[in-house]
Design a protein around this ligand. Structure first.
Ligand code: SF4
Ligand code: SF4
Length: 116
């Protein structure tokens, strides 16, 4: 699978991006952080870890080389080839059937309940 990323080759593995990534902050694993994903992107190796991203772009903003891992393009390409996480599949189905990523909204149920 090939996703062109002109930036990834400039990654020097400094790790600044990891310090700003919310996913890395929660999971505290090198394998979940943007530095590892930049490393994988450079080698054009695509794994489930690319689905662990909120799209916040904090890694791009903090990177001295402004490297954008382009998670969305990678995910789209992985999904097209049949490599996606079960959660991503459920989310896609929910959007297709109910118009939102959470699924059926039962009558009387308040949106607020999703956040409490
Ligand atoms: S992506 Fe940028 S901030 Fe992250 S390790 Fe590479 S050069 Fe450093
Ligand atoms: S865009 Fe994704 S990888 Fe980058 S900081 Fe945000 S959650 Fe982490």
């Amino acid at each position: 699978m090939v996703v062109k990323n002109k930036d990834a080759g400039n990654c020097n593995l400094c790790g600044v991006c990891n310090l700003t990534c919310p996913v890395y902050k929660v999971l505290q694993k090198e394998s979940a952080g943007p530095r590892f994903k930049a490393f994988l992107t450079k080698k054009q190796e695509y794994k489930e870890v690319f689905f662990l991203c909120t799209q916040c772009t904090a890694c791009v903003q903090s990177c001295p080389a402004r490297i954008n891992i382009e998670h969305l393009s990678i995910r789209a390409e992985m999904t097209k080839k049949g490599f996606e996480t079960p959660a991503n599949k459920i989310m896609r189905e929910n959007i297709k059937h109910y118009g939102n990523p959470f699924g059926e909204i039962k009558k009387g149920r308040k949106i607020k309940q999703y956040y409490t």
